[in-house]
Design a binder for this molecule. Structure first.
Ligand SMILES: Cc1cc2nc3c(=O)[nH]c(=O)nc-3n(C[C@H](O)[C@H](O)[C@H](O)COP(=O)(O)OP(=O)(O)OC[C@H]3O[C@@H](n4cnc5c(N)ncnc54)[C@H](O)[C@@H]3O)c2cc1C
Length: 363
């Protein structure tokens, strides 16, 4: 049956991952009537597959445009997740477990890292166990992303947001420059405002508008291990790999970074890579058996800086995509920026670095 959205819809969200769902909630709470279209099922792609670490990893690698989004978002996560728990009864398990970064072969901790952290208001501590160097980042929290998505989907339903699954957007229609609606696998849906929140698929979809955005799928694979509750209390990181211990004892080990197009296969090579990392940490694999392996497609972009703004040549069509490694982290800032666009209120932070036309220079 063709999806119907529009008579009662002010804005269509194309993609129901963390970015689409949280933006839909904020827009509905601001008073707009919202419909979400997803080509598959809500909250089953990258946002489900991710680790749920709420911070850039090795923050000193990134330009201010990424860090500003992240710090804005990190400061809002506790209240966001507490409110979702209260509203829906689903606990996204926001835990301020902190992140311990260990110097490895490839990733060194820079000598001026503490001064750098102070400049960003971060309370970091250096350690030197057994001659190696570690950096303790107490403000880094985690969220159990599949539960966060379930809570967000429940909140969407409470707000009367229309959710259409198995509805792929295939193109856009406009009159003059004004958006008229979207073509979908179930027929045309009229709409004067729409936002592309289609994660790794956004670049491909926006090609239909004549705008080429450098958003590419970057596959990440993860292992799920059975640990014991409380045995590891903090997140650990070394050479771009990490462990995320959940409250119930499950442990995530991630992740790989691979260019494999839209192929979501899992591979033996990735499993070996992640097992090698676990062994380096001197953890006994017999004590933490592997339960599962999976992959997800990150919406890859330069420096993980997303595109958030109007699509050139298309009045009423916006994009919020390309969050690469930090879409869970940066969802709150992204949603608040979108609300400012649609409600025509001042943006919560400088939006210029995220506009499609801004040259992507280091700043
Ligand atoms: C292994 C791994 C580990 C990660 N770890 C972290 C982490 O610890 N912290 C962090 O902040 N981030 C992490 N990330 C990155 C984060 O998951 C992504 O940046 C984020 O999920 C992107 O959210 P999204 O909503 O844009 O995309 P998605 O969650 O992929 O959602 C996009 C949605 O759009 C739908 N869609 C696509 N095309 C169409 C179409 N044409 N029509 C309709 N619907 C469409 C899809 O079905 C999907 O549901 C990780 C990612 C991976 C893969």
């Amino acid at each position: 049956m063709p999806a119907k959205a529009s008579a009662q819809t002010d804005v269509l969200l194309i993609g129901g991952g963390a970015i689409g769902l949280l933006s839909a909630i904020k827009l509905a709470e601001a008073g707009l009537r919202v419909t979400i279209l997803d080509q598959g099922h809500i909250g089953q792609e990258a946002s489900w597959a991710g680790g749920g670490i709420l911070s850039p990893l090795y923050p000193w690698h990134y330009p201010p445009a990424l860090l500003r989004l992240a710090l804005y978002s990190m400061q809002r996560y506790f209240s966001l997740t507490a409110t979702l728990l209260e509203q829906t009864g689903i606990d996204p398990e926001w835990i301020p477990s902190g992140l311990l970064i260990m110097e490895g072969e490839q990733e060194k901790i820079p000598y001026d890292v503490l001064a750098w952290g102070v400049a960003w208001g971060l309370d970091w501590h250096l350690g030197h166990p057994e001659g190696a160097q570690t950096l303790w980042c107490p403000e880094v929290a985690q969220v159990r992303n599949p539960r966060l998505l379930a809570a967000m989907a429940a909140r969407c339903r409470q707000l009367g947001i229309v959710l259409h699954e198995n509805t792929a957007v295939t193109g856009f229609r406009k009159q003059g420059e004004q958006l008229q609606g979207v073509e979908t696998s179930t027929g045309f849906i009229p709409a004067e405002q729409a936002i592309v929140t289609a994660g790794a698929w956004s670049g491909k979809l926006l090609d239909e508008t004549g705008n080429h955005l450098d958003i590419i799928p970057v596959r990440g694979q993860m292992l799920l291990l059975q640990g014991k509750p409380g045995a590891i209390n903090t997140m650990l990181m070394r050479d771009n790999h990490y462990l995320v211990p959940r409250r119930d004892g499950l442990i995530l080990a991630g992740s790989t970074s691979e260019l494999a197009g839209f192929d979501k296969s899992i591979t033996d090579e990735a499993r070996e890579e992640l097992l090698g990392f676990i062994t380096q940490l001197h953890l006994d694999l017999e004590q933490i058996p592997i339960l599962r392996q999976w992959s997800g497609l990150r919406p890859g972009s330069q420096d993980s800086i997303p595109y958030i703004g109007l699509v050139p040549g298309w009045e009423g069509l916006f994009v919020a995509a390309g969050h690469f490694r930090y879409g869970l982290t940066n969802a709150p800032a992204t949603a608040d920026i979108l609300v400012s666009f649609l409600m025509k209120t001042p943006p919560p932070l400088d939006i210029n670095p995220y506009a499609i036309l801004t040259p992507r220079l280091a700043q």
